[in-house]
Design a protein around this ligand. Structure first.
Ligand code: ADP
Length: 304
């Protein structure tokens, strides 16, 4: 885990008020508009709930998951609003990836997995055996920790899902590939070498290519499992900028062990511990005045 270390302190006067380094600014809300630093005083807010007229793109209710006899997720409940970024944080082994993989039924592939509760994902009942998993995975794309381009050309990587969906028209494919690469902030770097192998790209470029591949089939939700942990700081910064840009069009859930990253890119943060959701709140609120002592202990580096 990346410890905030000596830079992060508990405020002496307000034990639950956590001071973060001044470099840890909240993401800019609009171009040119600088959001206040996370350490700014935050007025008390009500427990998060769905504001009237705001749609939850992902709704988790009393969701539990068992690997055989072992319960990995314990009655987890939270909502992710459309066009927002939710971060899932917590120490290694607390169930972050398990939760993320549940959203597009990737755990189905593991023998002995059993679930309980409700999982409404992009308008589909993700737990129901009647739900078409192909449809679910088209609506819910996934980006993994290590960039995993196919050993094919850059063009063919992005066109892959579209071809699977039956798109054959070359002009239409070219248009969609270009749009996805532009959205992934990669077009300018690869426009003159679309026929080259994707494996020749740098790690950061490969990860943006995987994001472009995921976006090509126009999902509604993008799941990201530690998307920058294998990248250098410059490539990481580009992925973070991209996430902030993409939330205008998509709903994003990102697992990260890096709390500074969660603070920079997410609107809300879920803190998991031993499969339990300890706290879910607006990110700024959680990192400045967590409600739970366990959250405070975790974000100040006392364990994990
Ligand atoms: P995290 O992503 O927070 O590191 P995981 O979701 O990977 O946590 O794991 C949560 C718990 O579930 C851990 O105790 C882990 O050992 C267990 N687990 C994960 N995958 C499997 C699996 N395929 N079979 C059995 N147990 C698993």
């Amino acid at each position: 885990m990346t410890r905030p270390g000596g830079e992060t302190r508990v405020n002496d006067h307000h034990p639950h008020q956590v001071s973060l380094p001044s470099s840890l600014q909240a993401p800019q809300a609009e171009a040119g508009e600088q959001a206040p630093p996370l350490a700014a005083p935050v007025p008390p807010v009500a427990a998060p709930e769905i504001a009237p007229g705001t749609a939850a793109k992902l709704s988790v209710r009393d969701f539990s998951l068992y690997y055989g006899p072992t319960q990995a997720l314990k009655r987890v409940t939270f909502d992710v609003l459309e066009h927002s970024v939710a971060a899932i944080i917590g120490p290694s082994g607390c169930g972050k990836s398990t939760l993320l993989r549940s959203f597009n039924r990737m755990n189905d592939l593991i023998p002995g997995v059993r679930t309980e509760g409700e999982l409404n994902v992009a308008g589909l009942d993700a737990r129901s055996p009647a739900t078409d998993v192909v449809d679910l995975r088209r609506r819910v794309g996934m980006v993994f920790q290590r960039p995993n381009p196919f050993p094919k050309s850059i063009f063919d990587n992005v066109a892959f899902g579209l071809r699977l969906l039956g798109l054959r028209d070359r002009a239409e494919l070219e248009g969609r590939v270009e749009r996805s690469l532009r959205k992934a902030a990669l077009w300018e770097e690869v426009r003159d070498r679309l026929d080259r192998s994707a494996l020749q790209l740098s790690g950061g470029q490969q990860q943006r290519l995987c994001i472009a591949r995921c976006m090509a089939v126009e999902p509604e939700i993008i799941l990201m499992d530690e998307p920058a942990s294998a990248l250098d700081p410059t490539a990481t910064a580009r992925i973070e900028e991209l996430v902030l840009d993409l939330k205008r069009s998509y709903t994003i859930v990102v697992v990260t062990h890096n709390m500074q990253q969660a603070a920079r890119i997410s609107d809300r943060t879920a803190f998991l511990l031993n499969g339990e959701l300890i706290e879910y709140d607006e990110t700024r609120r959680m990192f400045t005045s967590p409600r739970e002592k366990l959250t405070e202990d975790y974000i100040t580096g006392r364990f994990g």
